[in-house]
Design a protein around this ligand. Structure first.
Ligand SMILES: Cc1ncc(COP(=O)(O)O)c(C=O)c1O
Length: 451
């Protein structure tokens, strides 16, 4: 153990090797806590090609049809087991286990394994992934870290989530950066790729430096054609100096894990997402990915524990060497590491089931929801029917019933729906890979009964 690394933790004389607690000693999964009443005693062996087996990996109460899983994850079994394993190891020997797996030999470090698993899923490089705790956290780090020149503006839209608009407002307020919002479509149900791209293109001005958009709008269920938007922005950027290029910041949380596209192919410059929704990584996990050349534009906000570069520079009382790296943007402070490290298992879970199978299943179940809703006279569907312009969230209205009342009436029948947390609010139904066509049909029956 180098003195530098030891001091980084606590200045202790602990020696992991002496106590035999290297990475190899981690062992098999720890004991799993007793299941609460009503849950299956144990998940059967995981058969990734069988949707019933996939469902059985989640401890979701069988008494409800859970059609709001995009809100916050229920950990599937491999993720629960990994959390248990790391929690036991940390509870057994916190200082040594942490020291060994955060600050010792590179081959024992666990955060790089998370970055590698995420990068493989993204289609990018591990060194371009910063680990965060949520979408919110990632967006705030980006807007705080991207310094604009005087006169440059941030363009965003009227469709984004509270945390995106607030991240912009809080950062822009510090520097007096102008912010504008544009509307990409009037109603979700009639939105089209051409309309969205042309409205966005028309809204970009010569001084637009950041374009903040959202992959899948949780306000309407619309999925933006990000690749087409990026191509349009690339055209606008032709002839602009590097320092004036318009850069796309994407809130990707409801596309990441729900649709097949690889993030690195979308054409965005910065991508922030929680991994505790569609990816099924532990609650309180997320990431930022950026194109390699873009990290240099980000000023870190929170001291990192993942890279020793900044710590060594601080020790030597000098500025850090070279431009910002993604690891420098991963917030430090000790975290719930059993959650952060267990994220690897979520990416593995996706890979085992298959990216395309997951996307197809989500599209099929949500198309079933939309077709069912669209066929009802008393229902207005606000999400496009086209699977290319939607993903796993469906927004609708029921004549004569306020959104909150719709959700309450569905809950009376043990169907878990949600309302969208926006100024104009709608009831929402959303199906993920843990849901069944029968659950969808029971929800449709409940909506039909509201006529
Ligand atoms: C579009 C969108 N962005 C961001 C968030 C916040 O996500 P997180 O909990 O990862 O910060 C939400 C919440 O569901 C959302 O709908």
């Amino acid at each position: 153990m180098s003195a530098t690394r030891r001091k980084f933790l606590q200045g202790s004389g602990l020696a992991a090797a002496a106590l035999g607690l290297g990475g190899a000693s981690l062992g098999a999964a720890g004991a799993v806590a007793a299941e609460p009443a009503g849950r299956p005693a144990a998940a059967p062996d995981f058969r990734p090609d069988d949707w019933a087996s996939v469902r059985a990996q989640f401890r979701l109460s069988p008494e409800y049809a859970h059609l709001s899983n995009f809100y916050i994850v229920s950990h599937p079994k491999p993720v629960r087991d990994a959390i248990d394993k790391y929690r036991h190891a940390l509870d057994d020997n916190p200082a040594i286990f942490l020291e060994t797996h955060m600050f010792e030999r590179p081959e024992d470090m666990l955060c790089p394994k998370v970055m590698a698993a995420a990068a493989e899923y993204i289609g990018g490089r591990p060194e371009d992934v910063a680990l965060t705790s949520s979408t919110t956290n990632g967006l705030a780090l980006l807007y705080n870290g991207l310094r604009l020149k005087p006169g440059q503006e941030i363009l965003t839209t009227t469709h984004d989530h509270y945390v995106h608009h607030e991240s912009i407002r809080l950062a822009a307020g510090k520097w007096g950066t102008p912010v504008r919002r544009t509307t990409l479509y009037d109603t979700g149900a009639t939105a089209s790729v051409d309309q969205i791209v042309s409205r966005l293109r028309a809204a970009v001005q010569p001084n637009t430096r950041l374009i903040g958009i959202t992959w899948v709008h949780s306000s309407t269920g619309v999925r933006l054609p990000v690749r087409r938007i990026a191509d349009a922005v690339a055209e606008i950027n032709q002839g602009r100096d590097a320092a004036d290029r318009a850069l796309i910041v994407l809130d990707g949380v409801h596309g990441f894990g729900a649709v097949e596209d690889r993030v690195a192919d979308l054409g965005c410059d910065f991508f922030a997402a929680g991994t505790h929704k569609w990816i099924f990584a532990p609650r309180g996990t997320g990431l930022i990915w950026a194109r390699p050349e873009n990290w240099a534009l980000v000023q870190p906000t929170i001291p990192t524990f993942i890279s020793l570069d900044l710590y060594n520079a601080w020790q030597e009382q000098r500025p850090p060497d070279g431009p910002t790296k993604a690891a420098w943007v991963s917030p430090g402070g000790f975290l719930a590491y059993e959650h952060q490290w267990a994220a690897v298992e979520a990416f593995r879970f996706h890979a085992q089931i298959g990216r395309k199978r997951i996307a197809d299943r989500i599209a099929a179940l949500n198309t079933r929801i939309k077709e069912g809703l669209a066929a009802m006279q008393h229902v207005t569907l606000h999400t496009p029917m086209d699977p290319a312009l939607s993903a796993g969230i469906n927004c609708f209205e029921v004549q004569g019933h306020a959104p909150k009342e719709v959700v309450e009436r569905l809950l009376d029948r043990r169907i878990v729906a949600s309302t969208s947390p926006y100024k104009v609010t709608y009831p929402r139904l959303s199906a993920g890979i843990m849901n069944t066509p029968e659950e969808v049909d029971s929800a449709l029956k409940a909506v039909r009964a509201l006529a």
